[in-house]
Design a binder for this molecule. Structure first.
Ligand SMILES: C[S@@+](CC[C@H](N)C(=O)[O-])C[C@H]1O[C@@H](n2cnc3c(N)ncnc32)[C@H](O)[C@@H]1O
Length: 337
């Protein structure tokens, strides 16, 4: 079966076929591709389900969904295991989480009752960072790795409100984010968005993916977004090499916006909460501000005010801000010389 520019064969195409049968076939520019490994079926089915509802309407220029990871990285949506995207969604007041996610978050909140403040401050930092990049730095292309579940103020919504022609490639490794990817793909007609199901630990797969290459022009500046994702990469997975590989592919004048959980301000209180996370199978490593600054911004020119608590990075109001021990995350933006 052929859908747009992609050929589908094997198991997972039923949902897409239903979509086409329903008279909502993709526009010619639209490419939907899926690798047909059986292990990916759940994720594909979930994606299709979210795409085939009565409100499913394809628009030109807005959908490229690719699976680029190996079978072992796409186990489907396992609701019995907590996953960072869903735990975070629960903490910021979203609706896409399961009992296992709520259990690990609630247990964390027992140790650290202020645990919702950091995620909310981080999300607000993401918004200010994108606004700065679009409105002040003139960035028109974003590569957002560790996208999270769609929430108010996605990167393309914020950036395209400033410059409708902005292009965004989203990347996450959670099959549930994939299932909701359509909400990330509502680009302005002038811009484009794409979603790639891939893992930050394999940066070359992200960079070489045809969707990335198709949507982003690597001869022009790109903002790499690593917001609240690097703490899921432990030192064993060589996060500095990952960041270097991604930044190395971007031209001069590109930016990195990043944030990272820290235990610097309340080590004892946070440690049990973080151990609880790790015990649940989620890799996690908090880092101090200097470790984070070295990891993310080595060789970049930091945009003022530099690496700060996310709540202190260019706040847009003078209202009182939460304590460092509640915010527990640093953020910053660096420019590639
Ligand atoms: C805390 S959320 C942050 C979402 C968004 N960037 C924000 O700051 O609001 C972290 C996201 O990173 C994703 N993630 C974690 N480890 C990842 C990895 N190795 N590769 C890709 N995405 C990952 C999770 O699935 C989750 O959606």
């Amino acid at each position: 079966m052929s859908v747009g520019a992609a050929t589908m064969s094997g198991g997972p195409e039923d949902g897409i076929a239903a979509l086409a049968d329903a008279g909502t076939a993709p526009a010619p520019q639209t490419i939907v591709s899926a690798v047909t490994h059986a292990a990916k079926w759940d994720a594909t089915r979930a994606m299709s389900a979210s795409l085939t509802g009565p409100q499913a309407r394809w628009q030109p220029n807005f959908v490229i969904i690719r699976f680029v990871t190996s079978e072992s990285q796409v186990p489907g949506i396992d609701t019995t295991r907590p996953h960072p995207a869903r735990v975070y969604d629960y903490l910021i007041g979203g609706k896409n989480h399961f009992a296992a996610d709520r259990a690990v978050a609630d247990r964390g909140l027992e140790f650290f009752p202020q645990g919702r403040t950091g995620p909310r401050e981080n999300r607000a930092f993401l918004g200010r960072a994108v606004r700065y990049l679009a409105a002040e730095a003139g960035i028109r292309q974003f590569l957002d790795v560790g996208t999270g579940l769609p929430a108010t103020g996605s990167v393309h919504e914020i950036a395209q409100a400033v410059a409708p022609e902005t292009k965004v490639v989203y990347v996450d490794n959670d099959p549930l984010v994939l299932a909701h990817a359509r909400a990330l793909l509502t680009s302005s007609p002038e811009g484009r968005t794409a979603y790639i199901h891939a893992d930050l630990r394999d940066p070359m797969a992200i960079l070489s993916d045809p969707s990335t290459r198709d949507v982003l022009d690597f001869s022009q500046p790109i903002a790499l977004m690593l917001v609240a994702v690097l703490h899921f990469i432990t030192d064993d997975d060589k996060p500095a090499e990952i960041v270097r590989t991604l930044l190395g592919a971007l031209p001069s004048g590109s930016y990195l916006a990043a944030s990272h959980v820290t235990a610097e301000h309340n080590r004892d209180q946070l440690e049990e909460s973080l151990r609880n996370y790790q015990r649940s199978g989620v890799p996690f490593q908090a880092r101090d501000s200097d470790e984070f600054a070295r990891l993310a911004f080595d060789g970049l020119h930091l945009v003022p005010p530099g690496v700060t608590l996310v709540s202190e990075w260019r706040p847009e109001s003078a209202s009182p801000r939460p304590l460092p021990s509640e915010v527990i995350a640093y953020g910053g933006i660096g420019r590639k010389p």
